[in-house]
Design a protein around this ligand. Sequence first.
Ligand SMILES: [Zn+2]
Ligand SMILES: [Zn+2]
Length: 587
Amino acid sequence: MPEYGDHESTEDPMHVLRHSTAHLLAAAVTELHPDAKYGIGPAVEDGFYYDFDFANPVSESELREIESRMRRIAQADRPFVHETMTRAQAVEEFRKRGQDYKLELIADKVEGDVVSVYRTGEFLDLCRGPHVRSTKELKAFKLQRLAGAYWRGDEKKKQLTRIYGTAWPTQKELDEYLKFLEEAEKRDHKKLGRELKLFQLDERTGQGLVIWLPDGATIRRTLERWIVDEELKRGYRHVITPHLAKLDLYRQSGHWELYHDTMYPPMRFDDGEELELRPMNCPHHILVFETELHSYRDLPLRIAELGQNYRLEKSGELMGMIRVRSFTLNDAHIFCTPDQVIGEVRGALELANYFLGVLGVDDFVYRLSVRDDVKTKWAGTDEEWESAEAMLKEALESLNLPYKVGVGEAAFYGPKIDFQVRDAMRREFTNNTVQVDYQLPKKFGLEYVSEDGSRQRPVMIHRGAFGAFERMTAYLIEHYAGAFPTWLHPVQVVVIPITDAQNDYAHRVSERLVARGLRVEVDSRSERMQRKIRDAQARKVPYMTIAGAREAEADHVNVRDRAGQQTDEALEDFAERVALEVAERRR
Ligand SMILES: [Zn+2]
Ligand SMILES: [Zn+2]
């Protein structure tokens, strides 16, 4: 059966409800704006949208009016009527209505002579359904916002107005969802990133390029040191390689052919050299492997890097620190013998689980991403794919990790295990991956000397055990709503002298804490103490220590933590317990 634009067919009742509400929206819009042309209107996670071409632009303030028209149609109990037409009839119907976008979809998407449409009162849509029986079943919905969207996602085509909405089976569920959104908005990393001065996006540097401010950079550096140290402990060799490479390197690896749409245009020089900002680190790490002829005794060789990558994401898809054009991956490539693959995959999974566990990332599932039936999409032989898949499965099962299977989600060169994480906004994204690759070693003719002296081809495992620093930091900001665990917080203790007379003591306190490796600030501004406390609370600083005359006398501190607990402690005891909390990376 053909798909008509995004009108995909599914029986999921939530999907049917939301897609039906999209039709209801289009019906209301065309009643209010008879000259509006409608594009596509699919169900999406938690709701739906519909794209319109308005003769006169509409504003957000009109959404309430459209919504009340939707309500009126819903109450009118209009049935969703499924009809089939010949192609000529359908063309006639949509031409009569001036619906050019539907005519284009009929021309491009409909095969054969039978066209499936749905009618709701006067409103007619090109659609395979299914739908609810009547508009009366649509009881709980809300229009949320407007956005620009290019027709068929093509920047060269006309920009339409997309109206987003949400729909639920009951008012109670709708209310709960709106409440959740309100909470989520408070955690939004763009908002908190600004308030807590963690990072900045500045049009003058370019879209999707993150400026890490001092406090954000402190969080990142803390993560980097932890990650690199942990990897060194686990036998990884860390390297530093250039952010660019000759285009030919990416021609050889196949990245250029496959990904040139999201790669920056090459820089061409007078002497004929073409340089490319790297979208991935794999070819560089292959060059590291090739610096000497390895014997089987050198394997597995685990080459790791905090690699900065550049990808030209579409401007409409950029989002805060979540989708950017330059990001740093905790990347590694393991070169090993076929016998070592399962053990290395296990090790990579365990490392990723360790990182996520410490950070408190617990809402995720493992996905074994395999190829689909379209064999031409995937490089390599059936045998290679089957053996790689079996090894990934065995690694997952030997660790008792439950997983789902993602058909068609593999990398072009091999199957992989993805960690599908859900963030505080309930967005799902792939954070960590472990991939088995037979193809790149082939493309570069990689070899090692085996036990019997023969030359053999190593297997390459690509693995991201932490993810991208930009995206993970955004995740952590939202997950903790800015109240990072003490070990990660840019400022762990703020020392507040009660009066100027305690400034000296406050600095002594600070020095003793700094000597324990803690990040400390003394707030000696000439503000009232209450104001200083409020400011530290706004920054979600884990500990405030109030230094008054009595504390100075006794070498004590009056401690207030983020949860509002107050204690009086000897300075050394306090320093000791916070240093321990940090060393253990407690949450
Ligand atoms: Zn439809
Ligand atoms: Zn790679």
